[in-house]
Design a protein around this ligand. Structure first.
Ligand code: ADP
Ligand code: ASP
Ligand code: MG
Length: 418
């Protein structure tokens, strides 16, 4: 007998009918003789609606109160999901993140899971009950309700799966969503994208960080760290889906497995600032203190002076402007420039470590399409280009085509990828 953690996303539990179908899925696994822990997201667009509601009351709402509010979305769905399970004869107990043993740090809005204690889950399982846990939320050491960042229910699921050591007895963490697996690009943006049979944690993590919303980045990190097999599947269909797993040697044969888009970025530049020791530390400490997530950083030097540019999500621009202006005031010289309307298109693949010509293929394809590249960043397994927002989606499709990604899914399935 194995333990399965089954996570159901917002669309999958968007109305009573869908909740009933997901509950039937849980019953089916349980009837095979396995122990099940369920993790659920807020129904449909609930989290967005709660944020909008808060904005109408106070557009500078304290982050603590925002977390308290957002956490209610998942509470609605766990209660309803448990009721749906009870209705079909499966004893179930709904639990908040805190009740389920999810401890976090105190960073409201983007808290990190620091520990999962499994006692309560074990107790429910021992009673043959199915714990139905609120995704996306935890409890800080001060007893505060925290949330894990948008899309964070995936992280709750994988963190619980790690704590329960599900891999030891052949279990897995099933991420049920509104798409039947991980595709070579977001199928909503690139209709020719193909479904991957498997992808390494490392590649999935990069894709998630670069904009592939299908998995929360921290969920993938937990999966890798604790060896949790993650199975991404459609909640209303029965196809096999995609397995996120450790890298195998043959994965290096494929140069690029996926492309991703961050659609709306802004670029912040501090120009002509003195390149004194500690300058960069001071700037990014101020940015970090303001709780701003920085994307790529580029520095250029001219003699004693430097210019530093970094990209951030569009939503962070107001906060970053304040933090960067304060730094410039302290420095007493230099100028601040903010550009909006940028996108980042990236390709990812473990095979880049051992293949040459990946960068040139991407740049040439974008160039042939008449798209200017405003900035380039690379790592061992990714290449990213900043382009004008108006070109973002087309650039994604071009990069996808340049690496033949529409055929990769079929090639993987036939064992001829690479
Ligand atoms: P859930 O509410 O189930 O967590 P999400 O909306 O967070 O679902 O994630 C699923 C969505 O992720 C899909 O509908 C799809 O549009 C998007 N997506 C982005 N990149 C990818 C990708 N590479 N493969 C599959 N889906 C992707
Ligand atoms: N409900 C949260 C959100 O919309 C968490 C999640 O869906 O994973 O971001
Ligand atoms: Mg999600």
């Amino acid at each position: 007998m194995a333990t399965f953690v089954q996570k159901f996303g917002g669309t999958s539990v968007g109305d009573p009918k869908r909740i009933a179908r997901c509950a039937a899925r849980v019953k089916q696994r349980r009837d095979e003789g396995h122990d099940i822990v369920v993790v659920v997201s807020a129904m449909g667009q609930t989290t967005d609606e709660l944020i909008e509601l808060a904005e109408r009351v106070n557009d500078k709402a304290p982050r603590r109160e925002l977390d308290m509010l957002m956490a209610t979305g998942e509470q609605v769905s766990v209660a309803l999901f448990s009721m749906a399970l009870e209705k079909i004869g499966v004893p179930a107990t709904s639990l908040t993140g805190g009740q389920a043993g999810v401890s976090t740090d105190g960073m409201f809005g983007r808290a990190r899971v620091t520990r999962v204690s499994r006692e309560r889950l074990d107790r429910e399982i021992a009673l043959r009950r199915v714990p139905v846990v609120c995704g996306f939320q935890g409890l800080s050491a001060d007893g505060e309700v925290t949330t894990l960042g948008r899309g964070g229910s995936d992280t709750t699921a994988v963190a619980l799966a790690a704590a329960l050591q599900i891999a030891e007895h052949g279990g897995s963490c099933e991420i049920f969503t509104d798409v039947d697996g991980v595709y070579t690009a977001d199928p909503r943006l690139v209709p020719s994208a193909s479904k991957l049979a498997r992808i390494s944690y490392e590649e999935m993590l990069e894709l998630a960080l670069l904009g592939a919303q299908v998995m929360h980045p921290r969920a993938v990190l937990f999966g890798e760290r604790y060896g949790v097999p993650i199975h991404v599947r459609h909640s209303q269909r029965t196809e096999t889906g995609t397995l996120i797993c450790r890298e195998t040697p043959d994965m290096e044969d494929v140069m690029v497995v996926g492309a991703a888009l961050k659609a709306d970025l802004g670029r912040v530049s501090l120009r002509r600032i003195p390149n004194n020791p500690g300058m960069q530390g001071m700037l990014f400490e101020a940015v970090a203190k303001a709780g701003i997530l920085v994307d790529d950083i580029v520095q250029t030097e001219f003699g004693e002076m430097a210019s530093i540019s970094f990209t951030v999500d569009h939503s962070e621009l107001a906060d970053v402007k304040i933090a960067a202006s304060q730094v410039l005031d302290r420095v007493g010289t230099g100028e601040l420039a903010i550009e909006i309307g940028l996108s980042k298109v990236s390709v990812v693949g473990t095979g880049m470590k051992s293949h040459v010509g990946v960068a040139s293929r991407m740049f040439t394809a974008l160039g042939n399409a008449g798209i200017s590249i405003h900035n380039i960043t690379t790592s061992e397994i990714k290449i990213s280009c900043i382009v004008g927002k108006e070109h973002g989606q087309r650039a994604l499709a071009i990069a996808h085509e340049a690496f033949g990604l529409d055929r990769l899914g079929a090639a993987q399935a036939a064992g001829t990828a690479g």
